[in-house]
Design a protein around this ligand. Structure first.
Ligand code: PFF
Length: 461
């Protein structure tokens, strides 16, 4: 504690709580990374973009840009021990507006939460439907009709979304240590257990080889600039970076936590969960003759039809949606924590009022997405409904842009010495070589790579 930098001492840090154990730090951070991104986004994007070719680009994006930005966000958070806006204000030279990255992060949090909470709403609704057995049908037309009925019903869409917001809000009310950390420590092992169970079932199916080949055999024919941008966007989304979430969690990290090692473990485990989700889904999809590129509905239309053909399918389907709900909970907690801690620390609201205000704001912005398949279905901007627009803008523009600015800030403003000091736990660890590699990536590689991919992917040059 006595080794904190002078910068940290000047930071406007009221007495803060944080994560208490090494495992708690790991579980909470992994809880943020693992989410519907693994179970809902990753399989359908891999399916739509050519399987293993996409996977390879995604892996490169994760290592070259996602991981360095994650390391940096956590380091900045821990140095400043403050929310994203105050942290960047405290760490940047006076009068330079780097705090805007934190403000943009808050905007991104609202955009992502608006559509994410709606997908979580469908997941929660499906847990109930799976238990009742009402969505179990081997006919995809029937499962599609059931899904359309849910998302096309404005009242159901809104009510489930509000339920999710209140549920996550009540965990946040329990606080960082007793809410986020304690729950993550229980949920993460449960998640792995459920996932392994589903993989075991899937690997016993007939067309397991086709499913695995789809996931692991590269096909570059679908590769394009837009696909590479999607992979980069997914890498950011998966690792929860570019919008201050990891910076916020970094501010709860223990002083003695080894940041590079922790982030590497989180990245690997997150990748592992994505692959396992792919292994659980694709062999089953192939065995029963479904199209792997079924879009976002893969999970909600194809999965129920697939499970209906497996012995004990109904209960395995319950397991699947509980797994998705568990994954989504940790991710939502981390996302909502960003506006909550900003409203609490920057705007002086009590933590309870900050949580309530965040929920109220999300009821409004979330409704735009919840109703985008019903009441607002004909409302489109740039050819996208509000749900898809929020997803596209946040994943493909705000998160990567946030990544560029954070990398530039650390690489060119904060500098190598402070970065080294932060990552060595103020001289306790001897990881200079590793830190130098990460610093090089941040200074030269990540920002340029993200910028090129963004401009090309958006067709701007
Ligand atoms: N990483 C989460 C997932 O894969 O579902 C989503 C996410 C959480 C994105 C937190 C961004 C964030 F700040």
């Amino acid at each position: 504690m006595n080794k904190k930098s002078s910068v940290a001492r000047q930071a406007p840090a009221p007495k803060r709580v944080g994560f208490t154990s090494g495992f708690g730090v790991l579980a909470a951070t992994l809880g943020s990374a693992v989410g519907l991104g693994n179970i809902w986004k990753f399989p359908y994007l891999t399916g739509a973009n050519g399987g293993a070719g996409f996977l390879l680009v995604y892996l490169l994006a994760t290592l070259l840009v996602g991981l360095p930005v994650m390391i940096v966000e956590i380091a900045l958070g821990r140095e400043a021990r403050a929310n994203p806006i105050s942290a960047l204000q405290a760490l940047a030279p006076r009068r330079q507006p780097w705090w805007l990255i934190g403000a943009a992060g808050m905007l991104a949090a609202f955009l992502i939460l608006s559509f994410y909470s709606e997908v979580v709403a469908w997941v929660f609704a499906y847990v109930l439907k799976a238990m009742r057995g009402s969505i179990l049908s081997s006919d995809p037309h029937v499962t599609e009709a059931a899904f359309s009925a849910l998302i096309g019903d404005p009242l159901q869409s809104l009510l489930w979304q509000w339920g999710v917001l209140v549920f996550i809000g009540s965990i946040l009310l329990m606080g960082v240590t007793r809410g986020i950390e304690a729950l993550s420590k229980k949920l993460m092992p449960l998640l792995f257990l459920l996932l392994l169970l589903l993989c075991a079932v899937s690997l016993s199916l007939d067309r397991v080889v086709d499913g695995l080949a789809f996931l692991f055999k590269p096909d570059f024919s679908k590769m394009s600039a837009a696909v590479v941008l999607t992979a980069v966007g997914l890498a950011f989304f998966k690792l929860s970076v570019g919008m201050g979430t990891m910076l916020t969690y970094g501010s709860y990290f223990r002083d003695d936590q080894n940041i590079p090692v922790t982030t590497f473990c989180v990245m690997s485990a997150d990748l592992c969960v994505s692959m396992l989700a792919g292994i659980a889904i694709f062999p089953a999809v192939f065995t029963f003759g479904f199209a792997p590129a079924a879009g976002p509905a893969l999970v909600f239309i194809t999965i129920p039809a697939v499970f209906s053909r497996i012995p004990m399918g109904q209960w395995l389907m319950v397991v699947f949606f509980v797994l998705a709900a568990v994954a989504a909970t940790g991710a939502m907690l981390s996302m909502m924590e960003v506006p909550v801690v900003i409203l609490h620390e920057r705007f002086g609201l009590s933590r309870t009022s900050a949580i309530l205000l965040t929920i109220v704001l999300l009821v409004f912005s979330g409704a735009a997405c919840a109703l985008s398949n019903s009441t607002l279905a004909s409302f489109k901007l740039f050819g996208l409904n509000l749900f898809d627009l929020f997803d596209f803008v946040s994943s493909n523009i705000i998160l990567p842009a946030g990544g560029i600015f954070i990398a530039v800030f650390v690489g060119w403003v904060w500098g190598r010495d402070k970065f080294r000091l932060a990552l060595s736990n103020h001289g306790q660890l001897h990881n200079e070589k590793l830190v130098d590699v990460v610093f090089f990536l941040l200074r030269y590689v990540s920002p340029l790579l993200i910028l090129i991919v963004m401009l090309k992917g958006l067709n701007l040059f």
